[in-house]
Design a protein around this ligand. Structure first.
Ligand SMILES: Cc1cc2nc3c(=O)[nH]c(=O)nc-3n(C[C@H](O)[C@H](O)[C@H](O)COP(=O)(O)OP(=O)(O)OC[C@H]3O[C@@H](n4cnc5c(N)ncnc54)[C@H](O)[C@@H]3O)c2cc1C
Length: 391
């Protein structure tokens, strides 16, 4: 890795500039628990128990894992965090923590809540909202649309699309761009379909809608190329959100159980290769696209920075965005923003009991994406030591 960038990624003073000594010590405690799989399991069991039995232990959760990974219980609670990030040119992207909805009332509520968030973002000048399609239609219907059991003329699909249209209209009014999350492969075709249709409506002048592409899936780059061919023919901008993918274990397990070929790349190396090739292709096609990457991988961040330079794109180019989750990889976020790159920090918020499933996923992901958790832990330890040595 380039020595200057390596130094910048190791600059813990910059990475934790926003954290008090007390917050750092709490983060140290949290990551030392996440470092031990058996303690993570106990922690998860504890969180589930609180959720199930409605135990009055919200204070403990709030002061530990919740405060580290979430912005607050309401969007208003998150304002202080948003403002402190703004000082470092980091854009917050609040995401209301939900689990999949299953009733029309639930879908309508998610739409309404999202429109409220969009209004808030518009007022604050924050550029992005992330949308989970499982908040707008139930998993079963999304699966039936994806498998062809329900047609694109079905009531399920048309009302799902209509909810998204209302949401996107409000995004346009508020100058907010919409990122459509990728979810499990068996519901993804319906999500791809609606996202591409919406791009055809909203992306005529600039990129408003982004579709997420998961590089752990085989055929991702081919899909991007195919979709971009259509967007070029129909003359609209293609919004690419690129990630590696979050549901690997679940995908592989389901494929094995149901006896079909796993849609997941056979190795991490192959995922990395698909990711790098997709980055390369996206940057080469940037005249008719925008690229938004969600990753905590330092090498990947550097790879994209180099691609931008090779293709004469300035760090500030508004067609390219880097993003990390709140509570993770601050060393990347603060380093890149100090160099002028466009940074977004995804900040989940919501009532504690609603965020528990998210927090459990964070804890588990930190165990399975072990390298990232270890890296975070090392950075926290280094910063605590650096501050100690100042005294
Ligand atoms: C801002 C943001 C938004 C996100 N949005 C989404 C989203 O909409 N949908 C979604 O699915 N995920 C999303 N993710 C999660 C993301 O897909 C990754 O799971 C996570 O970021 C880890 O990948 P990485 O690039 O940070 O790190 P890395 O540590 O480099 O990669 C870890 C990832 O590599 C892949 N991998 C690991 N081992 C193997 C293996 N043996 N074979 C094949 N592949 C392997 C897996 O995808 C794993 O998560 C988002 C992440 C961020 C930061």
């Amino acid at each position: 890795m380039d020595k200057n960038i390596e130094n910048l990624f190791n600059n813990t003073e910059l990475a934790f500039t926003n954290k008090s000594n007390f917050e750092l010590r709490k983060a140290y405690f949290l990551f030392s628990v996440l470092d031990y799989p058996f303690l993570t399991k106990i922690g998860n069991a504890f969180l589930l128990l609180v959720l199930k039995l409605r135990l009055p232990l919200k204070g403990i959760i709030k002061n530990t894992i919740f405060n580290h990974f979430c912005g607050g219980e309401t969007i208003g609670d998150c304002k202080e965090t948003f403002n402190s990030l703004k000082k470092y040119n980091i854009n917050a992207m609040p995401e209301y923590s939900i689990e999949a909805e299953s009733s029309v009332q639930g879908f309508e509520n998610y739409k309404k809540d999202s429109i409220e968030i969009i209004n808030f973002l518009g007022k604050q000048g924050l550029p992005f909202i992330a949308i989970k399609c499982t908040g707008l239609l139930d998993i079963d219907s999304l699966e039936k649309i994806s498998s062809g059991e329900y047609s694109y003329d079905s009531m399920e699909y048309t009302s799902f699309k209509q909810r998204l249209v209302e949401l996107c209209d409000s995004a346009v009014e508020n100058n907010v761009q919409v990122l459509i999350d990728a979810e499990e492969t068996w519901i993804q075709d319906a999500i791809d379909k609606v996202a591409v249709e919406l791009m055809g409506i909203y992306n005529k002048k600039s990129t408003i809608i982004f579709l997420t592409h998961q590089c752990y899936r085989t055929g991702t780059l081919s899909k991007i190329k195919k979709n971009m061919k259509v967007s070029a023919q129909k003359k609209y901008y293609y919004g690419i959100k690129l990630v590696r993918g979050a549901y690997m274990e679940k995908e592989r397990k389901r494929a094995l159980q149901n006896g079909y070929k796993s849609p997941i790349q056979p190795s991490k190396e192959r995922t990395d290769n698909e990711y790098n090739e997709s980055l390369k292709y996206s940057i080469k096609s940037i005249h008719s696209a925008s690229l938004w990457v969600g990753s905590h991988n330092e090498e990947s961040s550097l790879y994209l920075m180099n691609l931008m330079q090779e293709n004469n794109l300035k760090p500030q180019d508004k067609r390219v965005w880097f993003s990390q989750l709140y509570g993770m990889s601050d060393n990347i976020s603060y380093a890149l923003s100090s160099l002028g790159y466009n940074i977004v920090k995804l900040i989940p918020f919501g009532p504690i009991e609603k965020t528990i499933p998210y927090l459990i996923r964070r804890a588990n992901e930190n165990s399975s994406v072990k390298g990232q958790s270890n890296r975070q832990f090392t950075l926290i330890k280094n910063e605590i030591n650096r501050r100690k040595n100042l005294n």
